[in-house]
Write a protein that binds this ligand. Sequence first.
Ligand SMILES: [Zn+2]
Length: 153
Amino acid sequence: MEWTTHLLSGVAAGFAVTGGDWRGAAVGGVAGVVSDLDEHKSRFGKIFFPISFIINKTVGHRTLTHSLLFVAVVGALLSPIFDPWVVSSACAGILAHIAGDMLTGKVKLFYPFQTSVGLSVSRREFKMIDKVAAIVLIGFIVYECVPLLRNVF
Ligand SMILES: [Zn+2]
């Protein structure tokens, strides 16, 4: 998926796992784009260019950072430092990223095992799925914002 859709899915996931906490949505949104650290040509990968290039050339795209192992490692690294809601939001954001990429292609979900999991789609289908997902996610986020706006006005 495109990075904006990953961002939206991370926001929605972080929001959902924290029971509607917008701080969780913020953490989830950031975590939702982290997995593409393995693609130096991605928006997020360009920011961390030397690191993303090394990861891409070492393990490839949609492998380590798109796996359950990565979710477990991030959770284990964050747990001693942050509150549980931060850890669950971050893990949810990463899982949302992985799920999104499985809708539009294959990932090595069980890395280091090389089994690929996900749908095989054409570029046209990729774009259509990405747009539909983005619309649904924006709808969810706007719907969840309505009560907040009522409190403001
Ligand atoms: Zn990805």
